[in-house]
Design a protein around this ligand. Structure first.
Ligand code: F6R
Length: 253
């Protein structure tokens, strides 16, 4: 299902309300969390609405998609620090229920195996939030990643390091590798919400609809998922083929 909203503000309202509705229905919801610029306004809106509505998040469980290898958790650019900053600290999350891969693990391969296993032990992901990279990556599953991949260590492409350099200080070095949940892990989520905003995502979103399922564009695997919603703002939808937009226009009037 494809939903197109005017802007990031209306997307944030929608995603935040969806999250709240699902947590009310199932307080022990297992959330697959993403980081990145796309999610920042969404988490901000969720924090605001959850406070206003006194939402009980004490039973919520989360698993993040990824973490850089080699960054201390309290490094300001680690995804652990991102989650603290944008979500955990605001709602008093209990750390034992909220999981991120450990980029400092001595045995990274063993840690990855244990991370995928822990998701399954917790009953699997109920709702997976996803952003998408300009090259079609989800999590840090870069083009060419096998569709049957599990949590693994990945060498980041130059493009991803360049895209993410905007989050780091001017001359800081963006880590060369990361741990990411695999495409198979992501596909096992019961429901998926992929969000893309801004004109920088317009080309890759058009490619999603123009191409068949291919490992060269990792997120095309989502076409095989029975419950995936793609949520775009007008800018990210601006290059979609007419054949995708026209039936929508008919549906939404
Ligand atoms: C982050 C993640 C990545 C981002 C993607 C888009 O946890 O898994 O796949 O979602 O790189 O990043 P932004 O939102 O910064 O454009």
């Amino acid at each position: 299902m494809l939903l197109i909203f005017p802007d990031i503000s209306t997307i944030s309202d929608y995603v935040s309300s969806e999250l709240i509705r699902k947590i009310r229905r199932k307080p022990e919801l297992v959330l697959g969390a993403a980081t990145g610029g796309t999610m920042e306004p969404i988490y901000a809106r969720f924090v605001e609405q959850a406070r206003q509505q006194r939402l009980d998040v004490s039973k919520l469980v989360s698993f993040n998609l990824d973490e850089y290898v080699g960054l201390e958790p309290d490094h300001p650019k680690s995804y652990f620090a991102y989650m603290q900053e944008h979500l955990f600290k605001h709602l008093g999350f209990d750390a034992s229920r909220h999981h991120l891969p450990d980029g400092l693990a001595k045995d990274l391969t063993g840690h990855c195996r244990a991370y995928s296993a822990k998701v399954r032990e917790r009953g699997g992901i109920d709702l997976q939030l996803l952003g998408v990279g300009g090259n079609g990556h989800i999590g840090f599953n870069e083009p060419g990643t096998a569709f049957d991949s599990r949590c693994h260590v990945v060498q980041l492409t130059e493009r991803t390091r360049k895209d993410n350099s905007r989050f780091f200080a001017k001359n800081a070095i963006v880590p060369a590798s990361a741990i990411t949940m695999g495409l198979q892990d992501i596909m096992e989520a019961r429901e998926i919400l992929l969000i893309a905003t801004g004109v920088n995502k317009a080309r890759i979103m058009a490619e999603y609809y123009e191409n068949d399922i291919t490992e060269a564009i990792p997120f095309t695997i989502l076409k095989r998922h029975p419950r995936v919603k793609i949520v775009l703002d007008e800018a990210a939808a601006s290059e979609l083929p007419g054949s995708v937009r026209q039936p929508l226009a008919a549906r939404y009037g």
